[in-house]
Design a protein around this ligand. Structure first.
Ligand code: PHE
Length: 445
């Protein structure tokens, strides 16, 4: 690889990986899934999956990327040829590229809603802000044209950034914007915990009712762990290719995972205190949770409308730093193979994701009554990717790195102490793959 593409310093990789990981998954999806799945039971399974699946798989994924120093498809190809493996493993790269497009298709619809919220704080004349907020969101999702406008804008910006080259453009922006986002999420969390139902939230999120652990909750929690960490599809692998050779993979992954989990929990402690203190709001509303609840908190804050806009600007940026990483692996491959230029490649992929995204737009309005096994189009795509494609990708990564790469080669790259390295190996070879298989089996039972 061209050396100039390798990031300088250790922090750029940490921030870029945290930028890919922290996004709508933490601020929008984690709270609504926790709300729908009954809180504590979901949270505990989610945290276990982060630790026992997320950690080893993220390490292994970065390893593949840094070893190959190419797009995920070609990095896997290099491992296949260097170690004389079967071509079957290429499926890993292709599955990830496809999952990236499918996720982007709905991600940009939701990110578009977040971007539109920059301009929609609750008016000060409003007597019942919670009721207003619920109605505003309902009107918004019932308007396909408005949703298509914001969906198109968001995908357009994503393609523009990726077309320009990820390393310079987004790399620089992330360095400034991510710390501001962290700061704002902390401020918001303190505000809503002080003014809302903090104790109720604490018990909702951390007091697990084990009778609520059903196959559905377990697979949802596993899917969310993969989704939030951006693992199982090549995003983190693509970034691994830009990681400096001397950077320690193990330590870096710990920081990224810590930041990602922190933001998800903070988002939970921001949203639920408001939901529990306003009878008009409900924790079980699904994907509208963020959009219905937060504006109510801003409404009651001093300088609330400014905070409201700044917050949604930052959410849109966090979403952008993730959406870029969704389309980058496929684009990098198209560019490497010289099929099209980077810009033309990303435009074609963007148009495909845009078209599939229309299905998500219509799920809430003109296609609302069409269901497959009780799920609308958005739910089918979200479940297919989070709960099937990403864990399957993760499983293949464990098997490839755990069983096909000699242990000494791995140890040289990953720099863990002897004990940690043994634990990592056991997790990668047995704990993670067996857990994914068991959870698949449990969900089908
Ligand atoms: N992790 C991102 C988020 O939480 C979403 C994502 C998934 C990004 C998979 C890249 C790959 O918003």
């Amino acid at each position: 690889m061209d050396q100039s593409k390798i990031w300088k310093g250790n922090w750029t990789f940490v921030l870029a990986a945290a930028g890919a990981a922290v996004g709508l998954g933490n601020i929008w999806k984690f709270p609504y899934l926790a709300g729908e799945s009954g809180g504590g039971a979901f949270v505990i399974v989610y945290l276990l999956c982060i630790l026992f699946l997320g950690l080893p798989i993220m390490i292994a994924e970065i390893y593949i990327g840094r070893y190959g120093r190419k797009s995920p498809i070609n990095s896997v190809r290099k491992i296949i040829s260097d170690y004389g493996l079967n071509k079957f493993w290429l499926i890993l790269g292709w599955l990830g590229a496809l999952a990236g497009l499918l996720i982007l298709s709905y991600y940009s619809v939701i990110a578009g809603i977040a971007a539109s919220y920059i301009f929609s704080s609750i008016p000060h004349t409003e007597l019942n802000p919670a009721e207003y907020s619920v109605e505003y969101y309902s009107n918004f999702k019932n308007s396909p044209l408005l949703m298509i406008f914001w969906h198109s804008l968001f995908i357009g910006v994503t393609c523009y950034v990726v077309g320009k080259g990820v390393v310079d453009g987004i790399g620089k922006a992330i360095n400034i914007l991510m710390p501001i986002l962290f700061f704002l999420v902390i401020v918001l969390c303190i505000y809503s915990s002080l003014t809302g139902e903090f104790i109720k939230t604490l018990s909702f999120l951390f007091n697990p009712d084990f009778s609520k652990i059903t196959p559905g909750v377990v697979i949802t929690a596993m899917g969310q762990a993969f989704f939030t960490l951006s693992i199982g599809m090549g995003s983190i692998m693509a970034y691994g290719a830009y990681m400096p050779q001397e950077q320690m993979i193990g330590k870096t992954v710990l920081i990224v995972i810590f930041l990602d989990t922190l933001v998800a929990l903070l988002a939970g402690f921001t949203i639920f205190p408001i939901v529990f203190s306003n009878p008009e709001l409900s924790a079980f509303v699904g994907k509208g949770l963020l959009f219905e609840s937060l504006p109510v908190a801003f409404h009651s804050m001093p300088l609330g409308s400014i905070f409201h806009s700044v917050f949604f600007i930052l959410v849109s940026i966090a979403a952008l730093s993730s959406s870029v990483s969704l389309i980058e692996p496929f684009t990098a491959w198209i560019e490497e193979e010289r099929i099209f230029s980077r810009l033309n490649g990303v435009i074609i992929l963007g148009v495909i994701a845009w078209l599939i995204g229309l299905g998500t737009v219509f799920s809430d309005n003109i296609w609302a009554e069409y269901e497959i096994y009780g799920m609308n189009f958005f739910e089918v795509i979200a479940i297919l990717t989070d709960q099937f494609m990403l864990p399957l990708g993760g499983l293949l990564i464990c098997l490839l790195v755990g069983f096909c790469i000699p242990k000494i080669d791995l140890e040289r790259e990953i720099d863990l102490s002897r004990n940690l390295s043994n634990i990592f190996n056991i997790c990668l070879k047995f704990v993670a793959p067996v857990s994914v298989l068991l959870i698949f089996g449990y969900a089908l039972s």
